[in-house]
Each structure stands twice: as C-alpha cells, then as structure tokens.
Write a protein that binds this ligand. Structure first.
Ligand code: SF4
Length: 432
C-alpha cells in the first residue's frame, strides 16, 4: 500500500503543472520569484493573473457558510446558492467560479465580480526519498510550509497557523523566525485545499482519500491565533465540505493553558498534543519560553481537565530528545510522574538538526533506554520515525524566509502584521 501511495505521489508530481525543466533531484520548484504570481495553474485551468485582482476581490476560501449565505443574499442570490458554491469548492476542489455549472452564467458573472477562490501560490514543492512532501505556500507575499506525510493507512498533512512563531523555543527552527503575522482562516484552510488539489484528492466522498488527517504542528502556535484557527477548524470539519472528522485533527500547543479549555469546549473530540519537551520547570522554561507564563503544573491540570471533559483519547505528549539537556534518567522519572495523571501517549522525537542549532540528538540507544523507563512506569510510548529530513521537513525543522515587517499594527484584522514581539500572556486575548 505504501508503495502504491508513493508511486501515486510520484506520478502525481510527474503529471502536475510543474514544467519538467524545473525538476532537480528531489526538489521541485514551481516558478522563479519574478513571476511566481503569474505562474500558478491548476486542474480547473484557473490562472491567477495579477496581484491587483486578488486584492480587490474577496476570497471565498475562509468565509463560513453563514457568511457566504448572508453576502450572497445582499447580491440578490438565493441562500441555497451558498451551499452549492460551498460544495463546489470543498467537495470538488474547484478554483474557478466559472466552472460552477449549476449556477447560471449571470450568477457566475455576479460572483466573479466580487469574489475569487484564492488558495495561495505553491512556490516550492519538495519530495523526500521517504515520500514526505513539503510545500512552500505563499499568501499575500508571506510564505509558510506545509508537509504531507504518507503512511500505510493514512496520510497526514501538517499545517501552519502563523508566519513565523510567537515563541522562540530554542530547539525549533521555526523559533528562529520571528512572528510576522497570523494566518487568516482562509490561509489555514487553503493549505489543506492546496495539498488535496495537488494530489488530485478531491471528488466524491466515497473516494478513498490520500489526505486523511490534519495536524496543526507546522509553523506557529495555533492557540495564539485561536480566532482564525477555530474558524478554519469549523470549515475543515463541516460535513458538507472537506468534512475531516474532529478525531482526525490534532492541534499541538506549546502550552497556552487558558485556551486548552476553550478548544475543548468548542471542538469536543479533537485531538490534542502538548509540546512538553522537558519534565521540570527549570529546563522547560529555558527551551520552551511559554513555560515561564504557564508552568508545568498548570499545563498538567489543563490536560487532566481536557481528558475528563472533552475527549476519550489520549493526549499526545511530544518530547524532543536533546543530548545532555532533557534525556537523563531523572527526566524520565519526572515525566512518568507528570504524564500518568491523565491518559497520555508519549511521543519521543529524535532531534532533527537544522543549520546553526546548538543542540544534538540523544544517541538512539539512550532514547530506547529512556523509552523503556517510561514503559516500565506504565506509560504508552512511541519513538517518532523521522520523516523528510533530507528536505528539512521533519519536526522542528520548518522555517520560511518571510521576515518580520516593521511599524504596522492592525490587531483586529485577520492576518494582522505584528508590530513588536508580543508579551506572552496578553496577546492571545486579541485572537479569541
Ligand atoms: S516549537 Fe512550536 S511554539 Fe515553539 S517555536 Fe517551534 S513552532 Fe513555535
């Protein structure tokens, strides 16, 4: 099955809109910087021709179904037209309003005057030897990375929620890139839309999907962009659209404690992962700075509440193995004490090096000893198989070249540009 998927993936790339001359061994580029806005094409033969047109039209991707209904009514279209358009976009993956053939030409023209279907531009498409595929997707001049990881029984898309990140976790490549802005709901949804589209993974709901699971583990802290992330989750889980079950979506947080409860209330049944990475406050505060605001004790209590009220599943505890930092036997004993307070799954992640890092990965035999201690302590443990390391697509390796902009602050807007480094505790409130 895996072989089939990888072959399909390769054939998809070969069939894709990339010109053959743009191939290198495992890295595929869509276009050059000078022409990247003009070169995107797609199944529906839509070509986004200018930045101007994108700016002047509203993007249908990212609007809720209710918003589309209301806006269509003001344009004189019946309410049910919204559902038709919704299905065309999210079931069939259309990128061109003109292809919605159960709308009259007149209605299509009205909509085309006001809206577009802007799903971003894939500036780079890299394929790892293990089948992992990394997309560098541009939205309004900013780039984020989205990674597809095919496995035997499922295909997981790791999506980003911010350009850069609010935090600077010291072991994380994204943490070297300061926060540029939050992604809009449309930009978050578009990563799924684009990946499905590139893999020809739309069509009848009876079709077996390549992309079955979504994890918010890419660039950014999703709970620091909760307003847009929650809107995107509503769109992704809508039964008449992309229709990904909440149980197939996992949100990973570095520990924004107050919003863990809110996530559970809004999306009961959703998967939760905690980027813990250390089992005592001293080490965690050094490598995961948010711990200075919400220390381990508060985080564990939030996990206990979440599993008691909002899910029957285990919470995944992500723990990157850093040589000489968090990999001693005592760290394992502390971790047993913490993670046995709620249903948990410990995911040990061999550190994936990136250029300029000061860290090294714990030797594999020591990782295995660490895992055995945890298992003997009654925990369920997996050691993550690194994926996509040859294309820097593995966990903690994501970073894009977008740089923080200066001097603009529009905190109420979607996709705001952030003026300065956010104070840890107050900033998320803008996004709720
Ligand atoms: S680990 Fe997560 S929260 Fe920390 S810097 Fe990386 S992306 Fe941001």
């Amino acid at each position: 099955m895996l072989q089939f998927r990888n072959n399909r993936l390769l054939s998809i790339i070969n069939k894709s809109t990339l010109s053959s001359s743009s191939y290198t061994s495992s890295i595929f580029s869509y276009c050059t910087c000078s022409s990247k806005k003009q070169q995107q094409t797609n199944d529906d033969s839509t070509t986004i021709t200018s930045t101007t047109s994108l700016k002047t039209k509203k993007n249908l991707i990212g609007l809720s179904k209710e918003e589309i209904e209301t806006q269509f009514e003001t344009l004189g279209l019946e309410k049910y037209r919204a559902k038709q358009v919704w299905k065309w976009i999210y079931n069939k993956g259309t990128k061109n309003i003109d292809h919605i053939d159960n709308l009259s030409k007149k209605h299509r023209d009205i909509l085309s005057e006001v809206y577009n279907i802007d799903h971003g531009v894939v500036n780079k498409d890299s394929l790892s030897i293990d089948g992992t595929r990394k997309l560098l997707v541009e939205f309004k001049g900013d780039e984020v990375e989205t990674v597809f990881i095919p496995e035997r029984n499922r295909g997981t898309l790791c999506i980003s929620s911010q350009v850069g990140c609010t935090f600077q976790c010291t072991f994380c490549h994204t943490g070297t890139q300061k926060l540029v802005r939050n992604l809009t709901a449309g930009e978050i949804v578009s990563q799924v839309f684009t990946a499905r589209s590139l893999m020809h993974d739309f069509g009848p709901t009876t079709n077996k999907r390549l992309l079955t699971n979504v994890v918010l583990m890419g660039q950014g802290e999703p709970l620091y962009n909760y307003r847009n992330v929650s809107k995107a989750l509503k769109i992704l889980t809508d039964g008449e659209g992309i229709s990904i079950s909440k149980s197939k979506i996992t949100l990973s947080t570095s520990g924004v404690v107050p919003l863990i409860e809110r996530l559970g209330q809004d999306f009961p049944g959703i998967g939760l992962a905690i980027s813990l990475h250390a089992s005592n406050n001293k080490t965690r505060s050094e490598i995961v700075p948010i711990n200075q605001q919400w220390p381990i004790e508060e985080l564990v209590q939030a996990c206990i509440n979440f599993t008691q009220k909002y899910t029957k599943d285990r919470i995944t505890i992500e723990y990157v193995m850093l040589k000489g930092i968090n990999d001693a036997k005592q760290d394992a004993y502390n971790l047993i004490q913490l993670a046995s307070q709620f249903p948990s799954l410990i995911n040990l992640i061999p550190f994936n090096p990136w250029p300029g890092t000061i860290y090294e990965c714990t030797p594999i035999d020591q990782i295995e000893s660490f895992a055995r201690i945890l298992e003997r302590g009654g925990l369920k443990v997996t050691v993550r198989q690194p994926r996509g390391t040859d294309i820097l697509a593995a966990c903690g390796q994501l970073v894009s070249s977008s740089q923080k902009k200066k001097g603009i602050i529009i905190p109420e807007q979607e996709g705001e540009v952030i003026k300065k480094d956010l104070p840890l505790k107050s900033s998320y409130l803008n996004n709720v």
